[in-house]
Design a protein around this ligand. Structure first.
Ligand code: ZN
Length: 383
């Protein structure tokens, strides 16, 4: 995909084009922003431009662009560009934690790939960076989930980031800069990538999955917070219907139904976990079902946040737009401080689950508290 096709990332385009025109493109970048907004696409398109025999000027058809109308990009037709497009260019190296399974050391190949460890970083970047490019002018290393590089691996990478062997570019793709060491950050230039507009995510989903109803596509786009990747997973995992079921439970939630509903959430999280494990076989059953529960808690928080939007006459930020009748009914029963407390209570439960608290207890106390707030009482364990 050519560089100009990466939409809505005007700042990143501007900074890269300026750096290229001034001959000061950094050798180590961190592309920082949510998953699924075009960071990897941009990295590959930039690699194509750097490898291309005859870069061309292209119009940048960016709805939010201000002062930049054209950019340099790969021509798309030379041998180098074609190899990049076909994902077969030997000088573009994709680095990801599962590469451990291709490590020459048989013992290491058996390890779980939960993080990007020192063995992957040493063998697949540090060692290979010192080789001359196989066919192009440069080598580009694109590191997915760079915020999962272990501390030891970041330390092993420091020298390569600081002084990459000639003609080497390293691009780290990261969603959470706080997980990178200050020494890593200080050796890289950070480019920020923004969430995409909801309407664009919705259009993209509808184009790739025409069978989705407009309401379904709209919900997936809204819940994904500007990420095409997250929205696509939401569709694939049928999160729209899981959320609809959860909303029915929240609407009827009271002291009598709370224990049944917390059991139902735990069961639901187990069935969601098999989908997570299909995508990422290295995570454990319990971690996968925690992810499922955290997603259900996110849906619950979103429901109460929608109620808060209605209570404060701010309909624009609604996520559950297809549930307006239920939302209106629920908002008539709740006061603003109850909705705020319900959202806080969900954040607290999410925090506990992230820190490996007892799953069943966390969910039972959360659902109990939401039942109290639903019926106009204060939560017992809200922080
Ligand atoms: Zn080309």
């Amino acid at each position: 995909m050519p560089l100009a096709d990466v939409l809505y990332q005007t700042d990143a385009h501007r900074q890269v084009q300026l750096a290229i025109s001034q001959g000061r493109l950094a050798h180590a970048y961190i592309f920082h922003g949510p998953d699924g907004v075009g960071k990897e696409m941009f990295a590959r398109a930039l690699a194509q431009l750097l490898l291309c025999d005859q870069p061309v000027e292209a119009a940048l058809d960016q709805p939010t662009a201000s002062d930049m109308n054209t950019i340099q990009q790969g021509c798309g037709v030379c041998q180098e560009c074609v190899a990049v497009t076909n994902d077969s260019h030997p000088d573009i190296h994709s680095i990801y934690r599962q590469l451990i399974r291709e490590h020459p050391d048989a013992a290491l190949r058996k390890r779980k790939a939960l993080e990007l460890g020192v063995d992957v970083i040493r063998h697949f970047i540090v060692d290979k960076a010192s080789f001359t490019p196989l066919r192009g002018k440069i080598k580009v290393f694109i590191v997915r989930e760079a915020d999962r590089i272990t501390v030891a691996a970041q330390n092993a990478l420091l020298k390569t980031l600081e002084e990459p062997p000639g003609a080497t570019h390293i691009i780290l793709l990261a969603t959470d800069l706080s997980r990178l060491l200050p020494t890593t950050l200080s050796r890289c230039q950070v480019l920020s990538f923004n969430p995409l507009p909801n309407a664009f995510v919705r259009q993209t989903l509808s184009a790739t999955q025409p069978e989705l109803s407009p309401g379904h596509a709209d919900w997936c786009a809204r819940i994904a917070g500007g990420s095409i990747g997250t929205a696509t997973v939401a569709c694939t995992d049928d999160q729209y219907n899981i959320n609809a079921k959860l909303i029915d439970q929240l609407v009827s939630l009271d002291a009598q139904s709370s224990s049944g509903i917390s059991r139902a959430w735990i069961e639901e999280s187990k069935s969601m976990s098999s989908k997570f494990r299909q995508r990422d076989p290295d995570i454990s059953d319990s971690e996968a079902s925690r992810r499922g529960l955290r997603l259900l808690i996110k849906f619950a928080a979103t429901w109460y946040s929608d109620i808060l939007h209605l209570l404060t006459n701010d309909d624009d930020g609604l996520i559950n737009t297809t549930k307006k009748t239920q939302l209106q009914k629920a908002s008539q029963r709740m006061q603003i401080d109850h909705a705020i407390n319900a959202i806080r209570r969900c954040s607290l439960a999410e925090y506990h689950l992230q820190r490996n608290a007892n799953t069943q207890l966390s969910i039972e106390t959360l659902v109990n508290d939401l039942a109290r707030l639903n019926t106009g009482k204060q939560a017992i364990s809200a922080a």
